[in-house]
Design a protein around this ligand. Structure first.
Ligand code: AKG
Ligand code: FE2
Length: 345
């Protein structure tokens, strides 16, 4: 990311990290191995309403596959820059390595490697609403020592995907829906996994690893290491609260799509990542996303005369590709957001 501190990383004063860190008391830790299922669903529903975030343990993802992907990620980011640049993303091949992501047009202090769970993944060919053509995204794997990274990523992807479906079933039950209510949306999913590396930062009080944002997809399953840095905006008072790393746990958060599907019974919550000057940090989010042709709108079961739909339908593929194209570089305009589809009162 260069030796000089690029002004592109500097957050506006009101968005800079605070020197005192509030550590989370009360972000629920949920044991997925306990039953009965309705009790578990209730716990998850309460967490979604209150925080939009929770952690899970005994989640069924093997510690071995997590250890493998974490070690492969560490190894990959330690490579010389020119090696990483061989799998660099660009405007056409949008998967792979890059270090230029911007969140709300401020550059993030991180480097990432993105891959899709379904390879290839079908997406719209352009962001133009009238253009019906589709294209495919293919993963880019390094040809140096290819098997280690690729196998670790593919195995982990399969396991986390299973967990994501289990969680969507519990969320469906918690909303009073059939357990399988969401399953069809993910048949041609556009989910992807990101390996994040946050190097030590010389100016941790000016920059962020990821600026404040909400996740655009349905659900996020995050593996964070023991360094810490993820902060969640507490719904009750708007304070930034640090999510304490719990060994082997995953952090789960509701994305914008669940907010829309549930007609705002559950809300997608803002979060961000602080960096520090001493220790590098690694994290691995899995973003569960529906098929590109999904028209995202409040579910009929979630609306009635008292609760009319709060959003107009939008096409997920167009939304997603618009985001993916624009986060890649700095723009002068605001990114696409779900509130653009909000029904006005
Ligand atoms: O690294 C983290 O803890 C979170 C990253 C994140 O929020 C994201 O990539 O959307
Ligand atoms: Fe996020």
């Amino acid at each position: 990311m260069g030796t000089e501190f690029d002004p592109a990383f500097i957050q506006a004063p009101e968005h800079r990290p605070k020197p005192t860190i509030l550590e989370a008391q009360g972000i629920p830790l949920i044991d997925l191995s306990t039953g009965p299922i309705d009790d578990l669903a209730k716990e998850i529903g309460d967490a979604c309403r209150k925080w939009g975030f929770f952690q899970v343990i005994n989640h069924g993802v093997s510690p071995e596959s997590r250890r493998k992907i974490e070690s492969a990620a560490r190894e990959f980011f330690a490579w010389p820059q020119e090696e990483k640049m061989r799998v660099k993303r660009d405007e056409v091949r949008v998967l792979g390595y890059y270090d230029t992501e911007h969140t709300k047009n401020v550059r993030d202090w991180k480097e990432v490697f993105d891959f899709v769970v379904e390879d290839p993944t079908i997406v719209p060919a352009s962001v133009d609403a009238d253009d019906q053509r589709v294209t495919t995204w293919h993963n880019q794997w390094p040809d140096q020592n290819p098997h280690v990274l690729r196998e670790a990523c593919e195995e982990y992807g399969r396991e986390v995907e299973k967990l994501s479906i289990k969680l969507m079933e519990l969320i469906a039950i918690s909303l009073g829906l059939q357990a399988n209510r969401f399953n069809d949306f993910f048949k041609d999913q556009t989910s992807f996994i990101r390996l994040n590396h946050y190097p030590p930062c010389p100016n941790p009080h000016l920059a962020l690893g990821v600026g404040r944002h909400k996740d655009a997809g349905a659900l996020t399953i995050l593996a964070q290491d023991d360094v810490g840095g993820l902060e969640v905006k507490r719904k009750s008072d708007g304070e930034w609260i640090r999510v304490k790393p719990t060994p082997h746990a995953f952090i789960i958060n509701v994305g914008d799509i669940i907010q829309v599907w549930s007609n705002e019974r559950y809300e997608s919550v803002e979060h961000r990542v602080m960096v520090n000057s001493e220790r590098e940090r690694f994290s691995i989010p899995f973003f569960l996303n529906p098929a590109h042709y999904t028209m995202v709108k409040p579910l009929e079961e979630m609306t009635d005369d008292q609760n009319p739909p709060k959003y107009k339908a939008y096409n997920w593929g167009k939304f997603f590709t618009t985001r993916k194209g624009s986060n890649f570089r700095k723009l002068d305009v605001e990114n696409i957001q779900i509130y653009h589809f909000k029904v006005s009162k």
